[in-house]
Design a protein around this ligand. Structure first.
Ligand SMILES: [Zn+2]
Ligand SMILES: [Zn+2]
Length: 163
């Protein structure tokens, strides 16, 4: 009894909805253009080039600039609740240490990945779908959030508080 790619994609979508306030920017706050996913929670307006971040992007940026920070500090600086930060890290974002033998597989296509639940291809496909819908009708509101894979060693675990 195998589950189809469509069903897996649907599960992916539902999984994304589970994390409450990722706040994917769908439309540009400056010109109303469609925001295109660039990776690591970053989106760029296809019309004016304005860059915006979802909550994961904000959290990740802060952690990169402030290594060794605490979840409370991240929460204060980004406005993202500690609960959401923990959800992001626990459910989707925990990365495998570079020297670990463990590995993960994408839940949709089975590719090996370093962290999260989905590979960059499946994740990108998800965002392209959102972008298509956004172009098709500017009334269509989608929510969810993003994962960025393929950061290699640079993406090594930076979240050093207890979850
Ligand atoms: Zn714009
Ligand atoms: Zn995949």
């Amino acid at each position: 009894m195998s589950i189809t790619r469509e069903e897996k994609t649907e599960n992916f979508r539902k999984g994304l909805m589970d994390v409450s306030d990722l706040k994917i920017p769908t439309y540009c706050s400056k010109c109303g253009g469609v925001m295109v996913f660039k990776g690591v929670g970053e989106y760029k307006c296809e019309d004016c080039g304005n860059v915006e971040y979802d909550n994961y992007g904000k959290v990740r940026n802060y952690i990169e600039k402030n290594p060794g920070t605490t979840s409370a500090q991240v929460s204060m600086a980004t406005g993202v609740s500690q609960k959401s930060i923990r959800e992001m890290l626990r459910d989707q974002r925990i990365e495998i240490a570079p020297n670990s033998n463990a590995f993960l597989v994408c839940e949709i296509c089975g590719a090996n990945i370093r962290y999260g639940r989905y590979c960059s291809k499946c994740e990108t496909a998800y965002h392209r779908d959102i972008e298509e819908r956004a172009r098709a009708g500017k009334h269509h509101k989608m929510t969810g959030f993003s994962t960025e894979i393929n950061k290699g060693e640079a993406g090594a675990k930076r979240f050093n508080w207890d979850l």
